[in-house]
Design a protein around this ligand. Structure first.
Ligand SMILES: Cc1cc2nc3c(=O)[nH]c(=O)nc-3n(C[C@H](O)[C@H](O)[C@H](O)COP(=O)(O)OP(=O)(O)OC[C@H]3O[C@@H](n4cnc5c(N)ncnc54)[C@H](O)[C@@H]3O)c2cc1C
Length: 377
């Protein structure tokens, strides 16, 4: 019997495991998913935790309950991938053999890569950090809030500008917006990563008095003096710093000598096979595929990988290709949102800002558990 091993029980790993369990007969393959926590976390909810709208416990489910029965769940940390022996080694000494391996380990936050980060910055990229930020915001009575990213790439590219909008809305509701100066620092030549959507976001920033500086790539922090300095030579002071931490690819990928300089898994952007190792597929945030690191991308990629593995195991030619499709909603506050859908060939069409897409995001937040990890949509 063929063995398919999936590393990581996040968005991509869970969907692909369930799709394979649906598409392959039990006598065709044994499907095993390895996750180090056994918990599935809905990360888009972290932003809502930071602003007090969501309880942390609503964002976490047992992975076992999201997986089809025939998927074996192994709790363990993958520490080495051996492509020659087709084995994955776990921290507790176990080793799993595979015929096809899917690496869906997500991105790793590495705050220590920026000296002073732990003392200086707050963020909302883990549930613990989001809770801490929520408490800090509740005590904040006025001053300058700087929102920025430590480095690129990072997951969910719209999240920092979404956070700036949420800060504006939050302080307006508390009646202290006039006491807070929100300053957004972008490493790019514009405030929003997707060029066609940038004018919409600039208008929102202008309407809500969110200041912005472009070409601000963070070089260093000075926590005692509360300043952040850019490679471009500018220094900005803050009273509260909200900074997305530096990201790298998965440690096991790096330790196995499979990663690029950032630790990202080199992956063909169409077939999603790892370069040089066609039996290994790269899925979601841990790869170097040139799309937004997002749950939506992982979702669409999972379908391509499932179809390719079914074809491989049946001795057919795999024709499924990932077209770069990403779809996302952004919450701009005041019950307004925008949605974006794009792929390698088609940039997003600048969307109108409105209630419909804000509602779309709220509905997705609630229906995620039923629709997404199960592979139903
Ligand atoms: C604040 C925030 C807001 C976001 N908003 C959106 C949004 O609106 N829309 C959107 O599409 N995306 C959004 N995202 C991004 C989205 O959550 C991620 O892109 C998505 O979770 C990536 O899926 P993945 O399967 O690649 O990795 P993950 O979902 O991160 O899963 C990785 C899994 O691998 C496991 N793992 C890691 N290392 C090991 C190891 N060595 N051994 C075993 N298991 C391991 C982890 O436990 C985890 O379960 C947001 C992210 C954040 C932080």
């Amino acid at each position: 019997m063929k063995k398919v091993v999936i590393l990581g029980g996040g968005v991509g790993g869970t969907i692909v495991a369930n799709l394979l369990a649906k598409l392959l007969r039990p006598d065709e393959a044994e499907i095993t998913l390895v996750d180090k926590t056994g918990k599935h976390v809905y990360q888009p909810g972290f932003l809502y935790v930071a602003f007090g709208h969501t309880k942390p416990r609503s964002l976490v489910r047992d992975e076992r309950r999201l997986l089809r029965k025939r998927v074996n769940l192994v709790l363990g940390e993958a520490v080495r991938i051996d492509p020659e022996a087709r084995k994955v080694h776990l921290a507790d000494g176990r080793a799993l053999e595979y015929d096809r391996l899917i690496v869906a380990l997500g991105a790793r936050l590495v705050p220590d890569e920026l000296p002073g980060y732990a003392e200086a910055a707050h963020h909302f990229y883990t549930v613990e950090a989001a809770v801490k930020l929520r408490d800090v915001l509740a005590r904040f009575q006025g001053g300058r809030v700087v929102v920025t990213v430590a480095s690129v790439p990072y997951k969910c590219p719209p999240a920092p500008s979404e956070a700036a909008c949420q800060l504006d809305y939050y302080f307006a509701k508390r009646g202290i917006r006039d006491k807070v100066d929100i300053h957004f620092l972008s490493p790019l030549s514009r405030v929003f990563p997707l060029e066609p959507v940038n004018p919409v976001v600039e208008q929102v920033f202008a309407r809500h008095n969110i200041r912005s500086t472009i070409f601000f790539n963070v070089e260093s922090l000075d926590p005692p003096n509360r300043t952040v300095t850019s490679i471009e030579g500018e220094t900005v002071s803050y009273d509260l710093l909200v900074m997305i931490p530096p990201h790298r690819g998965a440690k096991v990928v790096e330790d196995s000598g499979l990663g690029d300089r950032g630790g990202w898994l080199p992956t063909d952007k169409y077939t999603l096979r790892t370069k040089g190792h066609p039996d290994i597929f790269g899925l979601g945030d841990c790869t170097d595929v040139p799309v937004s690191k997002s749950g939506a991308a992982a979702h669409f990629q999972a379908k391509v990988i499932a179809d390719s593995i079914v074809a491989d195991l049946r001795g057919e030619s795999a024709t499924a290709r990932y077209d770069g499709h990403v779809m996302c909603y952004c919450d701009a506050g005041y019950h307004k949102g925008i949605s974006m859908s794009f792929d390698y060939e088609h940039p997003p069409v600048p969307p109108p800002l409105g209630l419909k897409d804000w509602l779309g995001k709220q509905v997705l937040n609630r229906l995620y558990w039923v629709l997404v990890p199960t592979g139903r949509v």
